[in-house]
Design a protein around this ligand. Structure first.
Ligand SMILES: Cc1ncc(COP(=O)(O)O)c(C=O)c1O
Length: 458
């Protein structure tokens, strides 16, 4: 009987991260004067040891022992065959998933929260600020800060704050502090409230608030932390794909298709980048980042230079963007409500090495429900987007009569998202129509912005 669960022994956990920047070309981030930002310009926001990682081109970067020690609370995460899901779909495809919902906060997010807290502590920082969309990232950073004795303050996007009250309790249990964003505490928050007192908030606004809170602390002991998008975040997440490659080797298999949902791109990149490296070196493999049709960054938005946050505090990043002032509709996959996409993921999309997909909210919940009723684990709303793409791919394999191997990232569990399932089961969740005018507005916004050069890595 084929194994259901492929477990990597703890002492075979990867001891280095894979840095995709060794293998691809990227346009530099730009400052307000239109010139590339230098590392010291980022120093008020991030500690220098993380800034060095952000710009490093080394292919392999050692994972510090204290980080490995905390990660090994739940890592290596299992690679599991979703044979019950396969059976329900009647597909010849073999579906595997990397279960990242087994971490203490319930998602892939602590894979980077733990090293970020560690490097901040090493640099002498005492307080960290951040934003959170789904609540998973804020929980992850609160957990990580508790491991290294740091204070943590989280600006949680208003709509998620209201939908998921127990995420706040979780953050507080780990000693973190959580406020709804936009808040009255920062200029960025007050400006957003003045514009629309009933705004659902957005990741872009919450990022502005958290950056402002960090840089305005005169003690110099506070830094900001981002849970996605940046190069060092993608780097830390590659432990997922590195483990998966080792686990496939244990069963003498290799995937044909790699799938992950993408908000800012980190869980997708974490699973996919080690396979992207194989693809660059000649392997035939299809790699799909999956986004909500209501916030179609990669499938509809242009590849441009844009700010990572709404107030424009971040440098201009080369990415697919719907415009930093776009407030995505309040879909339940809060972690996918982001106007931009990681520069590394955007670059790989631009070069055709990744094939982005968009799925609707109802498609995602249907896949999530089937998953829960076959494989048992209740997926986070974000994760259901990846599962919807797995369903499409499994159906394609059925039509083509092909025994493809599909691997998906199960980025998190949905045990604190049950309100969303309740709404779906009672027929209250509908699809949101994405208006073409949003793209027209974005193009108008970007008319005056610098354009990223078209680069070819391969
Ligand atoms: C469970 C889960 N999956 C996916 C995401 C999307 O983020 P990213 O694209 O950085 O993986 C989030 C973000 O909050 C999340 O909580």
């Amino acid at each position: 009987m084929a194994p259901k669960c492929i477990l990597l022994p703890r002492d075979e956990m990867p001891r280095q991260w894979y840095n995709v920047l060794a293998d691809i070309k990227l346009n530099p981030p730009l400052g307000p004067d239109g010139n590339p930002v230098s590392p010291d310009m980022l120093a008020p926001v991030f500690p220098m040891n993380l800034i060095e990682q952000e710009v490093s081109q080394e292919r392999w970067i050692d994972i510090p022992e204290p980080v490995l020690d905390v990660l090994s609370i739940w890592r290596p995460s299992p690679l599991i065959r979703a044979d019950r899901f396969e059976k329900a779909l009647g597909t010849p495809a073999k579906i595997y998933y990397k279960h990242e919902g087994v971490s203490p906060p319930g998602s892939h997010k602590p894979n980077t929260a733990v090293p970020q807290a560690y490097y901040n502590k090493e640099f002498g920082i005492e307080n960290m600020t951040t934003e959170t969309g789904a609540g998973q990232w804020g929980s992850a950073l609160s957990f990580a800060c508790s491991q290294f004795g740091l204070n943590c303050k989280v600006y949680m996007v208003r709509v998620s704050f209201d939908q998921k009250p127990y995420r706040k309790a979780m953050m507080e249990t780990w000693g973190g502090q959580c406020v709804a964003s936009p808040s009255e505490e920062t200029k960025a928050g007050r400006d957003a409230l003045a514009k629309d007192p009933n705004t659902p908030g957005s990741l872009g606004i919450a990022i502005s608030e958290a950056i402002e809170a960090a840089v305005s602390d005169e003690s110099g002991k506070t830094r900001y932390s981002l849970g996605s998008v940046l190069n060092h975040v993608m780097l830390h997440q590659t432990i997922i794909g590195l483990e998966a490659r080792q686990q496939f080797a244990m069963i003498d298999a290799y995937p044909d298709v790699v799938i992950g949902c993408a908000g800012g791109g980190s869980n997708f990149a974490g699973l996919a980048f080690p396979f992207v490296s194989d693809k660059i070196n000649g392997k035939e493999i299809a790699i799909y980042p999956v986004e909500p049709a209501a916030c179609p960054t990669m499938t509809r938005a242009p590849f441009v230079y844009d700010h990572g946050d709404t107030a424009g505090y971040t440098p201009l990043l080369p990415m697919h963007s719907l415009g930093h002032n776009f407030v995505p509709p309040p879909i339940h996959a809060g972690g996918l409500r982001y106007h931009g996409m990681a520069p590394t993921v955007s670059q790989l999309v631009d070069e055709g090495l990744l094939t982005p997909k968009a799925v609707t909210q109802t498609q995602a919940y249907k896949a999530g429900l089937l998953w829960a009723r076959t494989e048992g684990f209740i997926p986070a709303p974000e994760t259901t987007n990846a599962l919807a793409a797995v369903v499409e791919e499994a159906n394609r394999a059925k039509e083509e009569g092909k025994e493809k191997i599909i691997v998906a990232n199960f980025s998190g569990h949905g045990l604190l998202d049950l309100g969303a399932y309740e709404r779906f089961l009672s027929g209250e969740i509908n699809d949101v129509v994405f208006e073409d005018t949003i793209i027209e507005d974005a193009n108008a916004l970007f008319a005056e912005y610098p354009k990223p050069a078209s680069l070819k890595s391969v």
